[in-house]
Design a protein around this ligand. Structure first.
Ligand code: OXD
Length: 320
């Protein structure tokens, strides 16, 4: 047991946020620094808190005392590399804190599409007062939402969309009782599920199995009136196939919080598509994100200090 761990956080934290950690481990020593300063600071650290997109591999060899890496994100892609995989260092993530902002973001995208908000924003900037035909002003009420990857984020989306009187269907590996889901599909029934959806929302983790999962067959299975929303990782989608599906009107539009290369390159045709809404990988962000992430870490830290099993551990072989 380490009652007084050296905790290194690759982000600044307020005194109030430090207290969340000290309440769980009063003798912990907390250091904060930037990634540039981390190669030195990490030498003495027992526990590292980092964002899943921070590249710690170049200086990981200095982390001789490290026992635990905690991702402040749900995704751990840059924190999981062979040296971590082959070591006894444990890896955990911040699963469970993303649902509220991400579900609100997804609802915002869906309603932006159905209520034509981007069009009205453009018209407003040109001082134009003009109504589109009624058939272009849709409702989400009664529409079918398909959630691909029903984890904690998918649950929150399902709950909120059920409250909007949508039909919610979802793809999931295990068949469980889901209070906000009308029908569950197995992964091998993905195409069937997609063909029923008015909105497809992807909330999958990026793993070998999900990399490039959305390609031509998946977009072809969707209705031409359906919208595709990705709030997981850009690499889950074959982006050239998405672009083709949008250009050929195989699907009606896309809400993309994540793309293959971030920031999205200036030359990407996605920027100029009127049926695409791009947001800069921020669907989980809100003023309370870091509070929630540190409170969740502190709960796990209390278990660690008391030698109890931790939660949110990443299976380093599976990657989630
Ligand atoms: C995360 C994210 O992985 O916000 O936490 O993308």
């Amino acid at each position: 047991m380490i009652a007084d761990p050296n905790i290194l956080i690759l982000n600044s934290v307020s005194d109030r946020q430090r207290e969340f950690i000290l309440a769980a481990a009063p003798q912990a020593r907390i250091t904060t620094c930037t990634v540039a300063e981390a190669p030195e600071k990490i030498r003495e650290s027992d526990i590292l808190l980092a964002w899943g997109f921070q590249n710690i591999q170049p200086f990981y060899a200095n982390a001789k005392k490290l026992r635990w890496i905690h991702a402040l994100t749900a995704g751990v892609e840059f924190l999981l590399f062979p040296e971590v995989q082959d070591s006894p260092v444990i890896l955990s993530n911040s699963k469970g804190i993303h649902g509220i902002p991400m579900a609100e973001h997804v609802l915002g995208l869906m309603i932006s599409f159905t209520r034509c908000l981007p069009l009205f924003h453009k018209q407003q900037s040109e001082h134009i007062w003009k109504r589109p035909p009624a058939e272009e002003l849709q409702e989400i009420n009664g529409k079918t939402l398909a959630i691909v990857g029903l984890g904690s984020i998918g649950h929150e989306i399902a709950k909120k969309c059920k409250a909007m009187d949508m039909r919610v269907i979802a793809a999931k590996r295990e068949m469980t009782q889901e209070p906000f889901v009308d029908r569950l599909y197995r992964p091998e029934q993905l195409l069937e599920m997609l063909s029923e959806a008015d909105f497809v929302v992807v909330t999958l983790p990026l793993t070998d199995a999900t990399n490039g999962l959305f390609g031509r067959d998946q977009f072809n299975a969707m209705k031409s009136s359906a919208y595709f929303i990705n709030v997981s990782r850009g690499s889950v989608v074959q982006e050239n196939e998405l672009i083709t599906a949008l250009q050929s009107k195989q699907i009606a539009g896309a809400g993309l919080d994540v793309v293959f290369e971030e920031p999205l390159p200036a030359a990407s045709p996605l920027w100029d598509m009127p049926n695409v809404i791009i947001t800069p990988h921020m669907s989980a962000i809100s003023p309370v994100y870091l509070d929630r992430a540190l409170q969740l870490f502190a709960k796990n830290l209390a278990l660690y200090i008391n030698e109890q099993p931790l939660f949110n551990l990443i299976d380093k072989a599976k990657g989630y």
